[in-house]
Design a protein around this ligand. Structure first.
Ligand code: URP
Ligand code: ZN
Ligand code: ZN
Ligand code: ZN
Length: 483
């Protein structure tokens, strides 16, 4: 059955124009006027945009002694409800576990996904097996490798491992990713805070000041530069980290920064709430920051020094959070946001004039597709692209509430926020999954998206690396040794 989206205004990362869209076989078949189809969706007053891509989620992730509460089923349902039609989740080997083994675990979890998905691979330890299996991971279309510079004693890798892995990623034509916080300093500060009786959730923020992020971001950028690999810095939360990325980009380094919708719109005052649960529910790494950092992140999106907006969706119930009563280091780190990312970014970005609708599309969809090697299959409104689309009603309003969300957890960090700008329809590979807030999507509809290695940035970087590689100087008349 074919579908026509009629009377809407198409908004892509670089164009805004009125046209109808014909969908056939899950793909965009035509764009223009006078198209005919079996079923019509009315987009009067709406923008027709590429469906959102959330490049950073943790669904059913084993972490800090538990599992994140949203799995591929509830997580992708939440995504669709908010206009997001694809997620990229992190396959996370436990230290010592093989990458292919971890991938098998993620394949076992993702079968019920309601929308398309891909994986990043995390490098949580280093050895010959990891080195070897990285090739097979890339061959499966997983081209981005995440490194934790924090979570000492668990997921953290040291600088020698970081450098070795970054070099391998560069050679395979992939993208290095990093969670940039100085894990040694965080561990020291945490121990000292606990010893001094700072046990509450606010101490989580004290233990991870912006400097630990700024230092690690700068270090990762320099290591990536020496390794000759493009770098993607996840959850950039503050000016200290953004400044390092901005400077690197001005120097021509291939670095991308990803702020989260949480850091753009929520601040550290949440941790000083008298209600322990309220504060603990917002514990994530990096923590929410002083409000002044938000201006820096918005400016980064406006100027292009920051590239994409994600959620780092890693949701834990209140009960799970309470594991950390009496010891903030045991509060599972993570917050939700999949359903709210697009409405919140539209409301606080486009609704305030900080972002244009085209910049919104770039930040929520197209830039991720380009950086991660799946454009224009995803992130585009073009003939032949997957019909992952959102018909966006800029006048629709709601108040965010845990009571009406798709996520499995019992609260929402954006509770009570009024948003203006919501999906009228969310369409996943041609299938209408959401109609004006009503979710009618299907378990198992989602498909794995294999991504391409050796994109244009990788090729340019390899060429430059080859040109500037250390070479022995050709000399004549070398003095004899010992003379
Ligand atoms: O606190 C967070 N961000 N939890 C998820 C894991 C990570 O660090 O991305
Ligand atoms: Zn992280
Ligand atoms: Zn994360
Ligand atoms: Zn379901």
């Amino acid at each position: 059955m074919s579908t026509i989206i009629r009377n809407g205004t198409i908004v892509t990362a670089d164009l805004t124009y009125k046209a109808d869209v014909l969908i056939e076989g899950g793909k965009i078949a035509a764009i223009g006027d006078g198209l005919v189809g079996d079923q019509t969706l009315d987009a009067t007053g709406c923008y027709v945009m590429p469906g959102g891509i959330d490049p950073h989620t943790h669904l059913e992730m084993p972490f800090m002694g538990t599992y994140s509460a949203d799995d591929f089923e509830s997580g992708t349902r939440a995504a669709l409800a908010g206009g997001t039609t694809m997620v990229v989740d992190f396959a996370l080997p436990s230290p010592g576990q093989g990458l292919l083994d971890a991938l098998q675990m993620w394949d076992n979890k993702s079968g019920r996904a309601h929308c398309d998905f891909s994986y990043h691979m995390a490098v949580t330890w280093w050895g010959e097996q990891v080195f070897d299996e990285m090739q097979a991971v890339v061959d499966r279309g997983i081209t981005s490798f995440k490194h934790f510079m924090a979570y000492k004693g668990a997921l953290m890798v040291n600088d020698d491992e970081l450098f070795a892995s970054f070099r391998r990623v560069g050679d395979l034509g992939g993208i290095a990713m990093c969670h940039a916080e100085n894990g040694d300093v965080v561990a020291e500060l945490s121990a000292r805070l606990l010893a001094e009786g700072n046990t509450g959730p606010e101490a989580h923020a004290y233990s991870r000041p912006p400097q630990v992020e700024g230092e690690a971001t700068n270090r990762a950028i320099m290591v990536a530069d020496m390794a000759g690999v493009p770098l993607y810095v996840v959850h950039v939360s503050c000016e200290d980290s953004h400044e390092a990325i901005r400077r690197a980009r001005q120097q021509g380094k291939r670095v991308w920064g990803e702020p989260l919708i949480q850091h753009l719109t929520l601040d550290e005052s949440e941790y000083f709430d008298k209600d322990w649960d309220h504060a603990a529910r917002r514990v994530m790494s990096p923590p929410f920051r002083d409000k002044k950092h938000q201006d820096s992140l918005w400016a980064g999106l406006q100027s292009g020094s920051l590239s994409v907006v994600a959620t780092d969706h890693c949701a834990f119930t209140t009960e799970q959070k309470r594991t950390g009563v009496g010891d903030f280091t045991k509060i599972p780190n993570g917050t939700g946001g999949l359903e709210d990312r697009m409405p919140m970014l539209w409301t606080h970005g486009v609704g305030t004039g900080r972002l244009t609708p085209n910049e919104f599309v770039a930040a929520t969809s197209t830039n991720s597709a380009k950086i991660l090697g799946m454009y224009p299959k995803k992130g585009a409104v073009l003939v032949g692209s997957d019909a992952d689309l959102v018909v966006w009603d800029p006048e629709a309003e709601k108040t965010i509430s845990a009571g009406s969300q798709q996520s499995a957890i019992d609260y929402n960090v954006f509770e009570g926020q009024k948003v203006k700008g919501l999906p009228r329809f969310t369409i996943t590979r041609g299938v209408v999954a959401v109609t004006e807030g009503k979710v009618d999507s299907r378990d198992g509809h989602g498909e794995f998206v294999a991504r391409e290695p050796r994109g244009t940035v990788n090729r340019a970087l390899s060429q430059w690396k080859e040109l500037t590689a250390p070479r022995p100087v050709e000399r004549s008349g070398i003095p004899a040794t010992g003379v």
